[in-house]
Design a protein around this ligand. Structure first.
Ligand code: MLT
Length: 354
């Protein structure tokens, strides 16, 4: 077994000790359904916990027995490559038995309701269920019906919390390497550009980045900008060039064609002309601005290859790397009560764990 810095030890002397509330109070949630439910210190706690797994994942031997004996079900009702793989690798590296359920091969196709499927998974005594679903709110619905922790791997246009957490970790590492690191993102200007209206990544990131002190700008054609986005605290822009002025980070999003009913843009060519991130356009942002994308990328539409592949500016591959570490941290933290780790056992006084 590979050595671990302090796997799962935050109840005592782990990475969070002294900086966060003790034991289970550091993360008093039974499930992770969205960033909206999290306090700033809880976000920082998951990021702190993930650090040990970043190191662990860089070793040749990447297996430990922390979750040995537990069964994790990845129930994906929508297509996914990187998120499913990332959760699968995370669970396996922690020693859990990981089972993937693809909706295309499941009884969902035979007309079974989402709740019946959830109740079936629960009856199999899963210890954690990771869910991706095309409908906003589907994960919260299931969370209320099962006995184990539920992790949202993306629900419709609503939230994708582990994506926002991994983005924060990737950003923090990139800033650290430049000697600009700090625990949070106070003073940082982040522009999120693309299909804001249909993007769960945008929603979770707006919440997460702001909780960590960043100023968030959102940029989209009017048809892809949700009404009332200002109420989330983000500053909306229609003109990408104007949004880029002074941006320290540019996060590009894919056009979520699968969630669009009807024509939202005249053509991808025109979209690229106005909203594609080219090298010339990136020059409008702050010098050395970092480039992010949650993937999958449509090169030549929202981002040009020469920007996506810029070694000193693009942190897209690092986002993928951090995804495994963040998901390991989430699986570890959320199963601590069931594993009765000292300080994590029993109901909490918050009323959130019953
Ligand atoms: C998602 O699942 O939302 C992805 O990570 C981003 C995308 O599909 O464009």
């Amino acid at each position: 077994m590979a050595s671990m810095a302090s796997a799962g030890s935050s109840s005592g002397s782990g990475p969070g000790s002294g900086r966060f509330p003790a034991g289970g109070n550091a993360f008093p949630h039974p499930s992770l359904t969205g960033i909206a439910q999290l306090e700033r210190h809880e976000i920082l706690y998951i990021l702190a916990e993930a650090e040990q797994w970043v190191e662990f994942n860089r070793q040749p031997d990447k297996h430990c027995d922390l979750l040995s004996g537990l069964t994790i079900i990845n129930a994906f009702f929508e297509n996914s490559t990187r998120t499913l793989l990332s959760f699968e690798i995370a669970g396996k590296r922690l020693g859990a038995d990981v089972v993937n359920m693809h909706a295309a091969q499941s009884s969902v196709k035979k007309g079974e309701t989402l709740l019946d499927t959830a109740i079936t998974l629960n009856a199999m005594r899963a210890d954690a269920i990771v869910i991706r679903h095309g409908s906003s709110g589907a994960v919260d619905l299931i969370d209320g019906k099962v006995d184990c922790p539920v992790l949202n791997a993306g629900d419709g246009s609503h939230e994708h919390p582990t994506q926002a957490l991994l983005d924060a970790l990737a950003l923090r590492h990139a800033l650290d390497e430049r000697g600009e690191g700090a625990e949070d993102f106070t003073g940082l200007v982040v522009t999120i550009c693309g299909d804001i209206a249909h993007s769960r990544v945008a929603r979770s990131n707006i919440l997460c980045l702001q909780a960590l002190g960043a100023s968030v700008r959102v940029c989209a054609p009017p048809a892809l900008m949700p009404a009332g986005i200002e109420m989330m605290g983000a500053r909306p822009f229609v003109d990408f060039d104007a949004a880029l002025e002074g941006s320290d980070v540019v996060m590009m999003l894919r056009l979520q064609a699968e969630r669009m009913s009807g024509q939202f843009i005249p053509s991808t060519r025109e979209y690229h002309h106005l909203y594609g991130l080219t090298k010339e356009r990136l020059d409008r942002a702050a010098p050395d601005a970092l480039v992010m994308h949650p993937g999958p990328m449509n090169r030549g539409v929202e981002i040009d290859s020469d920007v996506a592949d810029m070694l000193d500016r693009s942190i897209i591959t690092r986002q993928v790397e951090m995804g495994v570490a963040v998901r390991m941290a989430c699986l570890d933290v959320l199963t601590r009560r069931a594993r009765m780790l000292p300080g994590w056992e029993g109901p909490l006084g918050t009323g959130q764990w019953t």
